[in-house]
Design a protein around this ligand. Structure first.
Ligand code: PLP
Length: 363
């Protein structure tokens, strides 16, 4: 079969192994997954009830325009519904943005390492990825700005950064934004925004208001616990939304996802509690790792990179050894962080199990 030539430079995205697969493979009764930066908590009970009620309407297509959800998001952020795009997860929005901006000869600038999907959508369009090394495990904003050329059509920036969890103040992001021309998009991917403790955590939105070439992405996949339904959103100029609408598939966000996201927005007050639980979980992991003499990269998110270079097994074998013991984490090497594993913050019990099993590899 002759496929488009750009596929030759691409490899499939390898997602975290599902719990059932690991349980079956190793004959385990209890498996915990700390591999995909998911919420350890289920959707809010009211959301589950809303989803159940919607089952009866599944013979109908969903609202292709996501009108109710857009109106609710517009109200929350003080923008017009025409400034919102909604996708089957924010990953889908990355595809739509690449479709409207990238083509062979165009460049997309992003950190190395970063969220793997940026490179995937860039290469799929036959465009050229321009990868900028991290500095001290964080996005190097000056170097990213320096990498922007006349050919750059998108700069992808995740803040907090994935896979390190590091965070850059928006005063610095603003300097990068100021260097990007009006014909280039700055995609400010804030998938983990709700976990950030820094006082300027909402300043990405201010930047977006000031600069129409910024698209701010957020998702219901993380703190809301809805990644299984797939719904993410972007705040952008109406011009960008109109362009996206030309390439977007109709009915791209399913009915259950729309209803669940809408109901979740009505329960925002309870996010505080989830944020606090994540903060406690982070602290539990920091303290537990320190007690083991294992270091980690400080994080503003719901995951962290853990240095596994000094255990009794080689770093590359640690994910497999932990999996055998019923703990799924993300190997660092495929994320371009050899010597590390990426661990999501779980419940208190899950964090405890992870620390216990890691201690076993210390001996
Ligand atoms: C930086 C970043 N952006 C986007 C996403 C995708 O989120 P969604 O589930 O909304 O597609 C993730 C998921 O892990 C992520 O880490």
């Amino acid at each position: 079969m002759k496929f488009v030539p750009q596929l030759e430079n691409m490899t499939p995205y390898v997602a975290g192994t599902p719990i059932e697969v690991v349980a079956r493979r190793y004959g385990l009764e209890r498996v915990i997954k700390l591999a995909s930066n998911e919420s350890p908590l289920p959707p809010f009970p009211e959301v589950l009830e809303t989803i159940t009620q919607k089952f009866h309407d599944l013979n109908r297509y969903p609202d292709s325009e996501c009108r109710d959800l857009k109106t609710a998001l517009a109200g929350r952020y003080g923008v017009a519904p025409e400034e919102i795009i909604i996708g089957n997860g924010s990953c889908e929005l990355l595809i739509w943005l690449s479709l409207i901006m990238l083509e062979p000869g165009a460049e997309a600038v992003f950190s190395d390492p970063t969220f793997l999907v940026y490179e995937e959508v860039t290469r799929a369009r036959g465009a050229t990825p321009v990868k900028v090394p991290l500095k001290d495990f964080a996005n190097d904003l000056d170097a990213l700005a320096a990498a922007v050329t006349g050919k750059t059509r998108i700069v992808f920036l995740t803040n907090p950064h994935n896979p390190t969890g590091s965070y850059q103040p928006y005063s610095r992001v603003a300097k990068l934004a100021a260097k990007i021309s009006e014909n280039c998009l700055l995609v400010l991917d804030e998938a983990y925004n709700e976990y950030v403790e820094a006082p300027d955590s909402q300043d990405g939105l201010k930047l977006r208001r000031e600069q129409p070439n910024i698209v701010m992405l957020r998702t219901f996949s993380k703190i809301y616990g809805l990644c299984g339904l797939r719904v993410g959103y972007g705040i952008c100029s109406q011009e960008v939304m109109d362009a996206v609408d030309k390439v977007r598939q109709p009915f791209n966000v399913n009915m259950l996802a729309q209803a669940a996201a809408l109901r979740s927005l009505g329960l925002e007050a309870r996010l505080q509690e989830r944020r606090a639980r994540n903060r406690d979980g982070r602290r539990q992991l920091y303290d537990g790792l320190a007690a083991l003499g294992v270091t980690n990269i400080p994080t503003q998110s719901n995951f962290m990179l853990v240095d596994v270079g000094e255990l009794s097994v080689p770093a590359d074998d640690v994910p497999e050894e932990l999996m055998r013991r019923g703990v799924i984490v993300r190997p660092g090497r495929p994320l371009a962080c050899p010597g590390y594993i990426r661990v999501s913050v779980g419940t208190e019990e899950e964090n405890g199990i992870f620390l216990e099993q890691l201690a076993d590899l210390k001996k």
